[in-house]
Design a protein around this ligand. Structure first.
Ligand code: UDP
Length: 309
């Protein structure tokens, strides 16, 4: 099986490439433009003869014959995706469209990495796939949120109009190895500051919640989703439903790192969602998805990972 992973040198993409290569029947082609992906993330795969790296931006069409496409190519951290709003939007829209054209040409299956940002600052809690969201079309997050929403629409259009086998997963906050030290998201910020005994900066009052998933659990769900029947497109939520406030997370990280860090408070960025927790009933029913890594264990792994880095 020839599998294309776009964004394959990024955090999720590199973990996915590694996981897919564990099956000796798989050949993996990784595409990345290295805007936030890192060569170190895939260094251990470079000598694998079933692995190929192509330095390319999916905004431009590329023609390669593959059986499956995992489209993970897009900056996902607010810090990175807000550096160039138009590029982020284009990667979501033109990038996804190019890959859908490729899937159409070679009758390949395409799994789209969508996001809980589809729900914006949600009024419904927890978020079920039927909820249509509360997204600002003109805010600092809209290049990503609306880009990802449009990408979902493209998947549904190609499925309906051209019978392209598409699958859409909505990924909730995930963390794990290969997440950049300067990623800017909460897990890497808190752990790296705690390790250095610097103050942890909580944005807002810290009462906003997130539900944090360890990457291994997420990948189980993603690979199962790719292998569902062709008529199952989704969207389907994937993540972990252990909900935690940002304050609780900051205290947990300080405790687990035995750090002398203190907590300081900074203004909440615009449109920062107040609460977020996936309704995972559909994933449990259709995929027998069962995320099992507890937050404390996941954080301990990340602390070790960043200390080594
Ligand atoms: N956050 C924080 N301090 C940080 C980084 C993030 O308080 O150093 C907060 C942020 O405002 C948000 C939550 O943590 O409420 C998760 O932020 P992240 O950037 O990880 O992801 P997202 O907002 O996209 O879920």
């Amino acid at each position: 099986m020839k599998i294309l992973v776009t964004g394959g040198a990024g955090f999720l993409g590199s973990n996915l490439c590694k996981r897919l290569l564990e099956d000796e029947k798989n050949n993996v082609i990784c595409i990345d433009n290295f805007s936030s992906g890192k060569r170190e993330n895939i260094e251990e795969l470079i000598n694998n003869e079933r692995f190929e790296l192509i330095n390319h931006d999916i905004i431009d069409y590329i023609d390669i014959k593959v059986n499956q496409i995992y489209n993970a190519a897009c900056e996902a951290s607010p810090k990175f995706y807000q550096q160039n709003h138009l590029k982020t939007f284009d990667a979501c829209v033109f990038g996804t469209r190019n890959l859908l054209e490729l899937a159409k040409k070679y009758n390949a299956k395409l799994l789209q990495f969508s996001t809980s940002e589809i729900y914006g600052n949600p009024i419904e809690h927890p978020q079920n796939e039927k909820y249509r969201g509360n997204v600002n079309t003109m805010g600092v997050r809209s290049c990503y949120d609306e880009g990802k929403r449009a990408a979902e629409t493209l998947c549904f259009i190609y499925n309906k109009e051209y019978n392209v086998r598409t699958k859409v997963v909505r990924i909730f906050n995930t963390y794990g190895p290969n997440m950049r030290e300067d990623d800017g998201r909460v897990i890497s910020n808190f752990i790296n500051k705690a390790i250095r005994n610097e103050d942890l900066e909580v944005y807002g009052d810290g009462m906003q919640t997130r539900s944090l998933c360890y990457v291994d659990d997420l990948l189980d769900g993603i690979i199962k989703m790719m292998n569902t029947d062709d008529d199952f497109v989704g969207p389907i939520n994937l993540g972990n439903d252990q909900e935690i406030t940002v304050n609780e997370l900051a205290n947990k990280v300080i405790e687990l790192t035995n750090s002398n860090s203190k907590i300081t408070y900074k203004p909440l960025p615009q449109d920062d969602p107040v609460k977020r927790r996936p309704d995972l009933r559909l994933a449990k029913e259709v995929l027998s998805y069962n995320p099992s890594v507890l937050i404390d264990d996941g954080l301990r792994n990340m602390i070790e990972y960043y200390k080594k880095e």
